[in-house]
Design a protein around this ligand. Sequence first.
Ligand SMILES: *Cc1c(COP(=O)(O)O)cnc(C)c1O
Length: 450
Amino acid sequence: MIYHSHKNPSVEANFGDALLASLAPDGGLWMPNTLPHFTPAETAELGAMSFADCAAKLATHFTDDRFSASDLTGLCRDAYDYPLPMRTLSGDVLDPALATDDEDFVLELFHGPTLAFKDFAARFMGRAASHLMGETKQKRTILVATSGDTGGAIGDAFLDQKGIKVVILFPKGGVSKVQEQQLTTMGTAHSNVKAICVDGTFDDCQHLVKQAFGNKGLTKKHNLMSANSINVGRVIPQSFYYFWTSLQAKAAYPGRPLVYSIPSGNLGNLTGGLIAKKMGAPIDRFIVGNNANDPFVEYLGTGVYTPRPSVPTLSNAMDIGRPNNFPRVAALYDDDFSMIRDVCWGASFTDDETERHIRRIHNETGYVMCPHTAVGHLAMEKFAADIPEPFTRITVGTAHPAKFAGSVERILHTEIPLPAPLAIAMKKTKRMHVMVPTLDSLSDYLATHT
Ligand SMILES: *Cc1c(COP(=O)(O)O)cnc(C)c1O
């Protein structure tokens, strides 16, 4: 696959170069030049494979000749060694052989090592980057801004990998207690993963990373690479689970339309879904749930896109005022607002509404949602209220509720048991560097610590 800059179609790169370069030389986001299409027979074959094997097959269309089909099968089987169930709120797993009349599912993408959907992209990207770098013996520093989950997933995916340093920037007080513990306790004191607590917001962290990439001297000196969703290596693998799960859901409920709801911030997850649909995944609509940071939902309503500073909310991983994948969403539909509006519908919710929803769903069904998943589920409910005929609803469960145990326990007055990886992280001593959000202080840090 050849990729081009969204700012200029003649600026091109192959997959490996686009991944390692993060941004196009003109500052644009890399976009695939074409998308694969599959015949009904090929699609049926992909749906009958395991998720990992289907992902590997799809990946052959997006990579370049540095990746053989067997490299990709090995990579995906190694990366995706955990389940991705679609569950009803009463806990039943969607199974084409046992399809019941249920129509409301949560696609639980949080059973990977860091308990958030970011593992799907981070583990693919980490292995792809190591595969590419193995050939060159280069050293690289990955700079990643996180509103909570990306840092953990990227740190975990690159932990102890030779030739790679990971520097995670997170906003002071802007991530949950469990997330902070996870970010600051990876590996040993000498590990290649370092956490910086930035005295500012997530937007400040994201801006700092952009500034660093805009500084040619700094980028060159440290061979900087971004692991945020500006990197095409993060976005492409997020299409794989939409493609595969939509085939499973369609096999179970062939006659019903299929709609996904995605709790969104930077719109990377949505971009993955849109790419899957363009590849022929049988998805009718995407619902986008936003918290108070809702420039995209506003855009879907008005056609006017107004990025703005973020405000803190309960669903902190979506506290994003300037979604960095907005240009990709627009480019996929040639900047045609009416086409985007045909495919996407959105709604935003306050923290109060989110809390009430978490409580109501728990009371009615026993299911515990993280605050992000709850925003997605609320959006799905709002959309469904105006649709009389039955359709299959899949809300994307983006994180395990235990990652937000502090707020979820306060809302539900029940204890949320911590899964093993979190329980272990909670016992470790935090290590972090505290810093003001300026390029000078980041550059000093990089000079002394990497
Ligand atoms: C990152 C994240 C989101 C937002 O995903 P985007 O791709 O940035 O839109 C939603 N929920 C959780 C739990 C996340 O970690």
